[in-house]
Design a protein around this ligand. Structure first.
Ligand code: MSP
Length: 639
């Protein structure tokens, strides 16, 4: 039976669409999965979507959709994108899948049976975009989320807690005994520091909203989205409904994640598994963050570019090659379109493209398109063969350690040497000398063999290119790594010609994918710097409340003004004069919940006192009073 290999990506929040940064983990995981499959493993590659929690709920509300309909739409978009990027995941898990939700409840029950869950009062700080609880020290004086820099919310709720602190020592032991449990080392050390400082128990339920998995036996509580999400790694492979499959693939060989979610995967998740009595994953690998053209990826900067745009312009394989070669896996890196083009022109069009083109042209010219039988190898050939063998060994070592940049560098030494080998052996001269036919055949065979080995090695990273090169040298499609050794190419195959694999990109006539947004991003950044931006405390000076209109009447002699009596809850009842008479019949306003500025200095308009102001949106000539889409009590504060 084949050995198994289980690789996962984080499951993505579906509050917004994927960009090149979120596609990064999935592309890397796909490279790992393809590599292991070629290496003979029975691979399970899992990705999916994280669909519960307040952030997704808010995104659905903003679109006026039910959370489930919203999730269905967005999950579909992720699935479609992965298909287009030729991602070979074995499954796509969704946290709203019934099977997953049952597993979450089962898992929580196990933790409870183990005495690890108790009820308590949570009072602290919560970051909705990160769905993360923070301590007072974490958020500092500014009360800002240390992960995303946004404002945190004060939360006070009765919650269930997980005794995370109980597992502090066991985790320390795990880290000390398995130095590779978290990689790279500097990320492991960050986690060790947290452990050495001591873990606190974790609040694992919420009661302020309902969009989540209900707590078993207490459905007023929904399970904290991170606890729910982490369990995807086992619900998707059969825990506990298909234990045979689960036991086949679990523990995961590697969880690939971004650096900002390391704590959840390296500390909380193993502790949860210990509590439920399950084996731990073998490794968590936390990679760095991508910027685009030097800037943080964000919707507001306009650089959250759909990865499809790059793929359409440069090709899927070229984008994959660039990401794996230029961004050192584990470190932060910049996705620069200029560098991508440089890689395409230098490495792909020039080095690899030339080697293929020259080899094919010579086999055509000197041997009627047939790969010849090699004869004796001389010293130059032996140099090439020895380099090829060394390359294969180094390549595997690097790939096994997820050192993709180095793996590709190694392959490219061979590619470059292949081109040099042509210059050294001068086949065009050999072709003119009939008594050198055997020598010529050896050279041609060796070149085709280099191409075969190179394409096999790049297959996990550039699957289409690898298949295409295989076809060009007369083979069907990429085989597995059993044939990843020198001399396995069969002589006698007929080569197939085709257009250049990677045409050179001429910068003069080039249409950039990110230039436009680069410009708009810098423009926006400029505007942000110079415009009259206000501080949050400036905004906080305006007191906004929900008011209920109790009475409304026209003011005599005024075409524009209406006199309103408004219930403002604890602030009592107030009269406000509003300039909306041309847009609303007074009686239509009665009962409406509106947004009121309550700390405006009182004024007299047409002899009537006005204590506050209504907010309204102006659309051309039309004025629309702001209301709320759900029932909110009069007096409720707006922030
Ligand atoms: N839903 C959680 C994960 C739960 S896993 C049990 C989550 N989702 S996320 O959508 O916010 O992020 C998913 C992944 O995308 C993370 O690994 C994150 O690091 C990655 N990236 C998002 N933007 C990124 C960049 N700009 N660069 C690289 N990766 C980034 O967290």
């Amino acid at each position: 039976m084949k050995d198994t290999f289980y690789v996962t990506t984080p499951i993505y929040y579906i509050n917004s669409e994927p960009h090149i940064g979120s596609a990064y983990t999935t592309i890397v995981a796909d490279v790992v999965a393809r590599y292991k499959r070629l290496d003979g493993y029975d691979v399970f590659f899992l990705t999916g979507t994280d669909e519960h929690g307040q952030k997704v709920l808010q995104a659905a509300e903003a679109r006026n959709m039910s959370p489930q309909a919203f999730c269905d739409e967005l999950a579909g978009k992720f699935q479609k994108l992965w298909k287009e990027l030729k991602i070979t995941n074995n499954q796509f898990v969704r946290t709203t899948d019934e099977i997953h939700m049952n597993t979450v409840q089962h898992f929580i029950k196990k933790m409870k049976e183990n005495g690890d869950i108790y009820k308590g009062q949570y009072e602290g700080w919560y970051c909705v975009p990160c769905e993360t609880f923070w301590t007072e020290e974490d958020i500092g004086k500014e009360k800002i989320c240390p992960s995303c820099g946004r404002e945190v919310k004060r939360v006070k709720e009765e919650n269930y807690f997980f005794r995370l602190s109980k597992y502090n020592d066991a985790l320390l032991k795990l880290f000390r005994e398995n130095p590779n449990f978290v990689q790279p080392d500097f990320r492991r050390n960050e986690m060790l520091k947290i452990l050495e400082g001591g873990l606190r128990d974790l609040s694992i339920t919420r009661t302020s909203f309902k969009w989540g998995v209900p707590m078993p036996d207490d459905p007023e509580h929904v399970i904290y989205v991170w606890v729910d999400a982490l369990i995807n790694y086992i619900s998707a492979i059969g825990y506990p409904h298909d234990m045979e499959k689960f036991e086949k693939y679990w523990p995961a060989d590697v969880h690939l994640i971004g650096k900002e979610i390391n704590r959840f995967h390296s500390l909380i998740w193993p502790a949860m598994l210990m509590s439920a009595g399950l084996p731990l994953p073998k490794q968590v690998y936390a990679h760095g963050w991508l910027t685009v053209n030097g800037q943080k990826i964000s919707k507001s900067l306009g650089n959250a570019i759909d990865p499809r745009e790059f793929v359409k312009t440069y090709g899927n394989d070229a984008v994959r090659y660039y990401l794996l070669k230029d961004i050192q896996f584990g470190r932060d890196g910049d996705f620069s379109e200029e560098n991508l083009i440089t890689r395409i022109n230098a490495d792909l069009a020039n080095d690899l493209g030339n080697l293929l083109h020259r080899t094919q042209a010579m086999i055509k010219k000197f041997n009627d398109d047939i790969i010849p039988e090699p004869y004796e190898n001389d010293t130059v050939d032996k140099g090439l063969i020895s380099l090829a063998k060394k390359t294969v060994t180094a390549y595997k070592e690097y790939m096994d350690k997820l050192k993709f940049t180095q793996a590709l560098e190694t392959i490219w030494e061979l590619v470059k040497y292949g081109n040099k080998y042509i210059d050294l052996t001068e086949p065009w001269k050999l072709g003119k000398l009939p008594d050198k036919k055997e020598r010529l055949n050896t050279v041609l065979y060796n070149l085709a063999e280099v191409l075969r080995l190179v394409s096999l090695m790049i297959a996990p990273i550039m699957p289409d290119t690898a298949n295409e090169i295989f076809k060009r040298i007369g083979k069907q499609a990429v085989e597995n790594f059993e044939t990843l050794e020198w001399g396995r190419l069969e002589a006698g195959l007929s080569i197939v010609h085709g257009s250049p694999l990677f045409p050179r990109i001429d910068l003069k006539e080039h249409r950039w994918v990110s230039r436009v947004s680069e410009e708009s991003a810098s423009k926006k950044a400029e505007i942000e710097e110079t415009a009259n931006l206000i501080e949050i405390r400036d905004f906080a000076q305006v007191e906004l409340r929900i008011g209920k209109i109790l009475e409304a009447e026209k003011i005599k002699k005024s075409k524009k003004l209406l006199k309103l009596q408004i219930d403002l809850g604890d602030l009592g009842r107030r009269q406000i004069v509003a300039g909306i008479a041309q847009h609303y019949e007074p009686e239509k306003l009665i009962g409406l919940k509106v947004v009121v500025v309550t700390n405006l200095k009182p004024a007299r308009l047409m002899g009537e006192e006005s204590k506050g102001m209504l907010l309204a949106a102006k659309d051309g000539q039309k004025l629309t009073v702001l209301t709320v889409h759900r029932d909110v009590e009069p007096g409720a504060k707006i922030s």
